[in-house]
Design a protein around this ligand. Structure first.
Ligand code: F6R
Length: 615
């Protein structure tokens, strides 16, 4: 979603703000802006619509450099108010207070009406401006900057991660968070704030992760943190293992392409120290994992988007192999239902970022419904709101995923879910030692199999051209491949803007077959499993309606290639667990090359943000 970076240093802060914004751009990018306090303690601000490069051009075109030792900056993904320079952050109140904000102030209209009566003039349509005015009005009453923030946040309903500077307090930034992540970077040359460590990796690897309700006063040589109740607190300084170079494209054209090709290594890293020669180390889910896994009778998974699709695959595995009832639900729906949560439920959240607001709220709602439930978060982010709120955490070790479309996070989530299924099934007595050993050996082969699947890139790139002018596409699969078809359709629509839908192939005749004609390409996945013959019949139904088909198959599936049906063998002898992971690869490559052939911005698709920290 939106990104925040800021700092108090002994040098000019503007280059750091720009670098941070560039590194945060993947989170949201319809506009960006920065503000610094000049030597004369006056605000100097620049804001531009579009990419951060537009802001850089804006700065270059100025006759006078924007220069100062303290500043805050923001990349915006519009929620309240269209993308425009006026709505871009930072916002200013009375030339005294300036604010950048991630999140949504839900009661902003109410606050705005009060502030208009107090004489405040609104320059934007955003909810953020009320934050600046609230802080200013507290300062007018005589409070210090930090006290004003402490008082102001009490009136906000919703979520916020904010950075605040004031011309009256030129030596400090105030950072505050509730529901939106915010951290402090510590270095010898200054201290920084950011919504994501990536923004600061070139300056420091030492971070303090603010907790819910924390407010921090960040100065050149000192950081003071207060909790929700205003009490002074100590938060640990943690060393990040991430390196600035990990967030570069390397020799690849796009982050998405790099991340697709990183999957063999990402899976090796996810498996490392989690398996022995032939068994799963269930304690890698946490030291209480064995006890919790033994006690559970069902699993409820909640997630969004790609992570939800991973959950759907896991449902098949968990019920088929580990014999535990498993439900999967889209988190944004779950949080507003009144679901029944039996005792002995393991509530699993899946989230690359660990910050998705809907998933976080689904977990909170579940805890309210049944306070005996145990929770596990599978995430790619060690220090996130979801991991902090969960009893158990399992990290996917995919490394930073910058491309907005999730790729390696998905396949490493699947690997993690396979380990979860195996651990629970083993502890509950449904998975034998022999089965466990087979599963583990299958997982170890995944990196090699993915490398084999990646070899199809040239052929898939060629085939992608036939999609360039299409408006719609249909993805078909059965069993776990239905979930993979959903993931394929999601990838295609989000980066190429082609309307794509996924159906379980057996459902076709109940309606969607009416859509099929020569303009509707159909992509099918044909593993060599017990449903293969049924799928082949479904493909015949499609073929006789004149559609052009593309089938990714297991070599042993032997789907017959013909003019209207291009069949691409991916590999052979895939098992129940490896098949969905391996068949994901050609679908990722297909959407990547279709998007390129349509000249779409693959890494930064329109209207999307990497981490959706608002509802
Ligand atoms: C699709 C995509 C999104 C995310 C979804 C959940 O490629 O990236 O659908 O999967 O927004 O995000 P996380 O996993 O961070 O909770």
């Amino acid at each position: 979603m939106c990104g925040i970076v800021g700092g108090v240093t002994d040098q000019n802060i503007t280059p750091l703000l720009l670098e941070g914004l560039n590194r945060l751009e993947y989170r949201g990018y319809d506009s960006s802006g920065l503000i610094v306090l000049s030597k004369q303690n006056s605000f100097e601000r620049a804001r531009s619509v579009g990419k951060v490069s537009n802001l850089e051009m804006n700065l270059k075109s100025r006759s006078k450099e924007i220069n100062g030792k303290i500043g805050i900056a923001h990349t915006r993904w519009a929620t309240h108010g269209e993308p425009s320079s006026l709505n871009a952050h930072p916002h200013i109140s009375k030339n005294t207070v300036s604010v950048v904000h991630n999140g949504i102030i839900e009661n902003y209209l109410e606050l705005k009406n009060i502030q208009i009566k107090q004489g405040y003039e609104f320059k934007s349509e955003t909810d953020t401006e009320v934050i600046a005015h609230s802080i200013d009005s507290e300062m007018q009453l005589g409070s210090s900057l930090v006290e004003s923030v402490q008082k102001a946040v009490k009136s906000f309903e919703g979520s916020y991660g904010i950075g605040v500077i004031s011309s009256k307090y030129p030596d400090q930034i105030i950072a505050a968070r509730k529901g939106s992540p915010l951290l402090i970077g510590i270095s010898e040359n200054g201290n920084y704030i950011a919504s994501d460590q990536m923004a600061l990796l070139s300056k420091t690897n030492k971070f303090i992760f603010l907790e819910e309700g924390d407010i921090a006063e960040v100065k050149l040589d000192k950081v003071t943190i207060y909790d929700l109740d205003g009490k002074l607190v100590n938060r640990p300084v943690q060393k990040s293992k991430l390196k600035a170079g990990q967030v570069d494209k390397g020799n690849f054209n796009h982050f998405m392409q790099k991340e697709i090709f990183e999957q063999p290594q990402a899976i090796r890293d996810t498996l490392e120290s989690r398996i022995t020669n032939d068994s799963v180390i269930s304690s890698s889910f946490g030291h209480k994992a064995d006890e919790i896994f033994r006690s559970i009778d069902q699993i409820q998974i909640a997630a969004c988007g790609t992570s939800y699709n991973a959950g759907l695959v896991a449902k098949y595995w968990i019920e088929d192999i580990a014999k535990i009832p498993c439900h999967v639900e889209i988190a944004s729906e779950y949080r507003y239902r009144r679901p029944i949560l039996l005792d002995n439920t393991l509530f699993v959240t899946l989230s690359q970022s660990g910050e998705t607001a809907d998933t976080l709220e689904a977990l909170k709602a579940a805890k309210k419904i049944n306070n005996t439930l145990k929770s596990l978060c599978i995430s790619n982010s060690a220090e996130s709101s979801l991991t902090r709120l969960s009893d158990l955490t399992f990290l996917t070790h995919a490394g930073p995923e910058i491309g907005v479309a999730s790729t390696k996070a998905f396949t490493t989530q699947l690997v993690s879910l396979a380990l979860l299924m195996c651990s629970i099934g083993k502890l509950k007595g449904y998975i034998s030692r022999r089965q466990e050993s087979e599963i583990v050996n299958g997982l170890k082969k995944l990196p090699g199999l993915i490398n084999e699947a990646l070899l199809q890139e040239t052929q898939i790139k060629q085939l992608a051209k036939s999609f360039t002018n299409k408006n719609s596409a249909l993805f078909l699969g059965r069993g776990t491949m239905y979930a993979i078809a959903m993931e394929g359709a999601l990838k295609l629509k989000e980066i190429s803007y082609i309307h794509a839908e996924a159906y379980p192939a057996g459902e076709l005749k109940h309606g969607p077959i009416a859509l099929i004609d020569k303009n509707m390409p159909v992509i099918a996945i044909a593993p060599n499993d017990e449903l293969l013959e049924k799928l082949k019949s479904n493909l015949q139904e499609v073929k006789s309606r004149g559609s052009k088909m593309l089938v990714f198959e297991d070599e042993n599936s032997k789907v017959q290639s013909m003019d209207s049906m291009k069949v691409i063998p991916i590999t052979s002898n895939l098992g129940r667990i490896s098949a969905p992971i391996i068949f994901t690869i050609p679908l990722q490559l297909l959407s990547y090359h279709v998007a390129l052939s349509r000249e779409a911005d693959v890494d930064k698709p329109r209207n999307l943000a990497k981490s959706v920290t608002v509802e």
